[in-house]
Design a protein around this ligand. Structure first.
Ligand SMILES: O=P(O)(O)OC[C@H]1O[C@H](OP(=O)(O)OP(=O)(O)O)[C@H](O)[C@@H]1O
Ligand SMILES: Nc1nc2[nH]cnc2c(=O)[nH]1
Ligand SMILES: [Mg+2]
Length: 167
């Protein structure tokens, strides 16, 4: 049975995401060394770019996974593209796996099965997925939906004091 849809909102600006992803890179600089990044698309592409720049890791592979086909609703997890077999040798030792967030942990679980010795890092983590992540920056509650800057745009905000009863 699927869990109720998150009703709280955690909107993240580009500035904040950059700061958080850079903080993740700082934290990761004490681990490793890492030979390559495996980034879980699409959400992992942006933090992977920032971390690769900060840690000087130029070898980047993707694993392409889609699991939230409808807004806030997880359905059949699909691996659209797997990683190169050569990178998975030695169980992924020396590999840094990067994603934007871990929620239920289903996506992370699939990648962990493929790369059991890899280091798994996300910028944000919810409690259900947290045990699957080695390093993250901010925990948000399970009933919160994270809104990323690439999913948002500027929009007019009505004033707080606007008279909604006026015709
Ligand atoms: O822990 P889970 O419950 O598996 O959820 C986390 C995954 O969900 C989102 O990806 P999504 O499938 O929405 O695809 P996207 O990265 O292309 O947006 C997010 O980027 C994580 O990869
Ligand atoms: N944007 C976004 N994608 C998700 N996929 C799973 N959980 C989330 C979330 O909180 N926000
Ligand atoms: Mg994703």
């Amino acid at each position: 049975m699927s869990s109720p849809k998150p009703d709280k909102a955690f909107p993240v600006s580009w500035d904040q995401f950059h700061r958080d992803a850079r903080a993740l890179a700082w934290r990761l600089s004490g681990s490793g060394p890492f030979n390559a990044i495996v980034c879980i698309t699409r959400g992992g592409l942006v933090p992977a770019a920032i971390i690769s720049r900060e840690l000087g890791i130029r070898m980047i592979e993707t694993v392409c996974i889609a699991s939230y086909h409808d807004y806030k609703t997880q359905s059949g997890l699909m691996v659209l593209k797997d990683i190169d077999d050569k990178l998975a040798e030695n169980g992924g030792e020396g590999i840094l796996v990067v994603d934007d967030l871990v929620d239920t942990g289903s996506t992370a679980r699939v990648v962990r099965e493929r790369l059991p010795k890899a280091h798994f890092a996300t910028v944000y983590a919810k409690p259900l997925g947290r045990p699957l992540v080695d390093t993250f920056i901010t925990e948000v509650s399970q009933d919160t939906w994270i809104y990323f800057p690439w999913d948002m745009g500027l929009a007019f905000q009505p004033p707080i004091a606007q008279d909604t009863t006026a015709g």
